[in-house]
Design a protein around this ligand. Structure first.
Ligand code: ADP
Length: 457
């Protein structure tokens, strides 16, 4: 059975309250019952003790001092809370009894402890009874038996019992509906939240759920939902920006290619002109292929496909491999690569991811480094973490552009260094890869002085 949230709260509340009320009712009942019985027992003790003083033993014979007067005086009435008194010998044979007993007699219970009250029956009615022994020289000579009707007391107890039993389900029923109503009211903000989130689609992601005035659990939930919506909105915005940038980057070389070919077929050209235009077209095709290649790498890193199959390898040998591959490119630009290996021990890192990060950083340092200057790669260990910093003395980055350089397709000050080729995806790939292996990339750069990119593994 699946209960609604408010019914579930009401049901749990009712179950807990039912147990508490049952406990309270049982306690009230026990207290009333024992008080009533205590009063009856007190009256009974008083009567029995009063009559025992009137008992005399003469020549071993037991009897009331003045039997006739006693009978005259005592206990005629049966209806109004009557007390029945009976005198027996030590074996329980009746010697005398109060007139209200008529022909009946109180049952003697030799097994019952003397001086203890107990419940019994007389003429089909419930009575409370007490047997007091009459002693002579420490020897029991007989008993004064007193009994008192329990009917009025039992009537009170029965009434109380009926009131408790009838009111119990009524109280629980009422409680269920009251707590159901209150639970319904307290989940109104949740319903409002659901209505808002149901309304939100990719077209109105800027809507937010209402924040309750009280700083309670619902306040926390609404804030979390709004933060989640903000993150989704940011991600969608980044995706939209990326798609528009990517299509722009892909369209540019295609437009150049189309323009070049259109100009070429307008009129006959010399062999030299044809060669020149074909070379330009091939360069655009290479650029297109590179963009596609980089986008593919970015998509693979984004999907985490590269990380799961990555092997561990020593950091210094990975860097040595990259330096070897890049040396010719660096030499062509007049840049010297210096590798400082200050690692105290062998540090294992994910091979493919590290290659992806460091080859992008080292390529950039060579591209944006100044000719005739050095690129210094420094491997060290700080706070149990391996560090690889790549330092150049080149164009540097304007301080306002530093937070943007990891965005896909962002190129800082591209117009001022047109000769440096790039598409703006290298750092985005490096950043995403670093995130996926728990590494951090830090940048320090001064415009026209140089940059230091540090990877903390
Ligand atoms: P690109 O293909 O343009 O090099 P990246 O993503 O690798 O793309 O870098 C993004 C931008 O960050 C570059 O266009 C450049 O402006 C800046 N940048 C990156 N590395 C350096 C560096 N070592 N020195 C100066 N600028 C850099």
């Amino acid at each position: 059975m699946s209960l609604s949230f408010k019914n579930r709260i009401a049901f749990h509340y009712m179950t807990a309250t039912a147990l508490v009320i049952a406990l309270v009712f049982a306690t009230v009942f026990c207290i009333v019952y024992s008080t009533v019985m205590h009063n009856v027992d007190g009256d009974l003790s008083y009567e029995a003790n009063k009559h025992i003083t009137e008992v005399r033993i003469v020549n071993g014979e037991i009897g009331f001092e003045d039997s006739e007067e006693w009978e005259e005086r005592e206990h005629h009435e049966i209806e109004v809370n009557p007390v029945f008194v009976q005198l027996t010998d030590e074996e329980g044979k009746v010697i005398d009894r109060s007139p209200n007993l008529k022909k009946e007699q109180l049952n003697f219970h030799p097994e019952k402890e003397n001086d203890r009250h107990f419940s019994s029956h007389l003429m089909g009615r419930h009575v409370r009874q007490l047997q007091l022994p009459v002693k002579d020289d420490g020897q029991i000579k007989g008993y004064v038996i007193a009994a008192m009707s329990l009917e009025p007391s039992l009537m009170v107890i029965e009434k109380l019992m009926n009131v408790l039993l009838i009111s119990y389900p009524i109280i629980l029923f009422g409680l269920f509906f009251i707590s159901r109503y209150l639970a319904g009211r307290s989940i109104i903000p949740v319903k409002l939240m659901r209505d808002t989130t149901d309304r939100i689609t990719r077209h109105n992601l800027n809507e937010r759920v209402l924040i309750p005035a009280n700083r309670d659990e619902l306040y926390g939930l609404s804030t979390s939902i709004n933060e989640l919506l903000q993150r989704i909105e940011d991600a969608m915005e980044r995706e939209r920006q990326f798609t528009s940038d990517a299509s722009h980057e892909l369209r540019t070389p295609l437009s150049v290619l189309r323009g070049t070919l259109e100009v070429l077929i307008r009129k006959p050209r010399t062999q030299q002109e044809y060669e020149q235009k074909v070379k330009e077209s091939l360069a655009e095709i290479d650029r297109l292929a590179e963009i596609m290649e980089q986008l593919l790498v970015l998509a693979r890193v984004d999907a985490g496909l590269t990380i799961s199959t990555d092997q561990q390898a020593p950091l210094n040998s990975i860097v040595e491999g990259i330096v070897e591959l890049k040396t010719r490119e660096a030499k062509a630009l007049g840049v010297d690569i210096i590798l400082l290996d200050r690692l105290p021990k062998l540090m294992l890192v994910p091979k493919y991811a590290t290659e992806l990060i460091l080859s992008n950083l080292i390529s950039n340092a060579i591209k944006y480094g100044a000719a005739g200057k050095q690129v210094i790669i420094d491997l060290s260990m700080v706070d149990q973490r391996a560090l690889c910093s790549v330092k150049d003395h080149g164009v540097g980055i304007k301080s306002e552009d530093i937070p943007l350089i990891f965005n896909p397709f962002f190129r800082s000050d591209a117009l001022n260094h047109r000769s440096i080729k790039g598409i703006g995806l290298g750092l985005a790939i490096a950043q995403k890869t670093a995130l996926s292996i728990g590494a951090v990339i830090e940048v320090k750069s001064e415009h026209n002085k140089g940059s230091v990119f540090t990877v903390r593994f």
